[in-house]
Design a protein around this ligand. Structure first.
Ligand code: AMP
Length: 307
């Protein structure tokens, strides 16, 4: 089953209470693809970078089973740049800089060879670009997942609402769910958001886990209590990557299988935050992933005999 990943490929500069980085590899599509590569071995990428983007990063993505034919490299232009600073609790951050650069006039092109796409992951990017990708697909994918953030809600809410009508699963964090719905209660927020188009909603709550809603059911997955969290950047994208990578590999989009996919997503997110940037997602072994998933199973398993 082929998975198409769309989103930013970027340079990030990150500051956390544990340290600071210069421009390092980042971007929503980068984290998504790396995380998904531990579950599925065939991914196609649609994104854009500038001439300043090192070939070694592209080679690294290819080694993680990512076809980069759809990655545009624009001459004389600069790659998208984002910088952020985390507060001491590591749960919240301030965006310091968002330089759109190549994203400003990005016109995504889905290569012909990507048309046979069953799973579409629309990572964080302008909602107009996300919609343009859906429009270019001649056959509707089996599942369309969309991730977005407050930045796009602030500057492109109308386009976001249009795009949401066409997707199956929306993944956002709790603050974004409140912003999108105007409701403080996440249960009420979920009801309102599910009426906007998506059939499923995932609300990510950082170290407090994630909630999966459809109109009738709700499921909760915890986050693993970790001794050291160095850098939460990309946690949401790694979560989305593990989630869709597992669904694409198993080809089962039932609510029951989505519950499993959320655990795999939470496992990949837990690796992401243990080091700066993409560092920890680059060289994981299957054994590491499997044993992390087992830790999740052990964390939530209990027996109760009700009388
Ligand atoms: P997350 O921590 O999961 O929200 O993802 C962080 C990644 O999102 C970073 O690598 C950034 O390059 C990327 N990013 C930050 N702002 C935006 C934006 N406005 N649109 C798309 N990607 C972004």
């Amino acid at each position: 089953m082929s998975l198409l990943v769309v989103g930013t490929v970027a340079f990030d500069a990150i500051e956390t209470p544990f340290g600071k980085t210069d421009k390092i590899l980042g971007g929503a599509a980068t984290y998504i693809s790396l995380a998904a590569s531990y579950f599925t071995k065939k991914m196609n990428l649609v994104s854009v970078v500038g001439e300043d983007f090192p070939q070694e990063h592209i080679n690294m993505l290819q080694k993680h089973h990512v076809d980069t034919t759809g990655l545009q490299v624009l001459k004389d232009q600069k790659t998208f740049f984002w910088s952020g600073k985390y507060h001491n609790d590591m749960n919240s951050r301030d965006t310091i800089t968002t330089e759109l650069n190549v994203l400003e006039n990005f016109n995504p092109v889905v290569p012909e060879a990507y048309q046979d796409c069953d799973f579409l992951m629309l990572g964080n990017l302008s909602p107009a670009v996300q919609k343009a990708v859906i429009k270019q697909l001649k056959k509707r994918p089996k599942l369309i997942v969309l991730d977005t953030m407050n930045f796009w809600m602030d500057i492109a809410m109308a386009e976001l609402l249009e795009t949401l009508k066409q997707v199956d699963v929306l993944t956002i964090n709790d603050a974004e769910a409140r912003q999108l719905s105007g409701e403080y209660s996440l249960v009420k927020a979920a009801q309102k958001i599910l009426a906007m188009g998506p059939k499923y909603l995932i609300i990510k709550k950082g170290e407090h886990g994630a909630l999966l809603f459809n109109k009738e059911q709700v499921f909760f997955a915890p986050a693993l209590p970790l001794e050291d969290v160095f850098d939460p950047t990309g946690a949401g994208d790694s979560f989305a990557g593990g989630f869709i990578g597992y669904l694409a590999e198993t080809e089962d989009i039932s609510f029951e299988n989505m519950k499993r996919a959320i655990i795999f997503g939470s496992a990949t997110a837990s690796f992401c935050v243990e080091k700066f940037g993409t560092e920890n997602l680059i060289g994981l072994t299957q054994e590491q992933v499997d044993s992390r998933v087992q830790e999740f199973v052990d964390l939530v398993q209990f027996d109760i005999a009700l009388v």
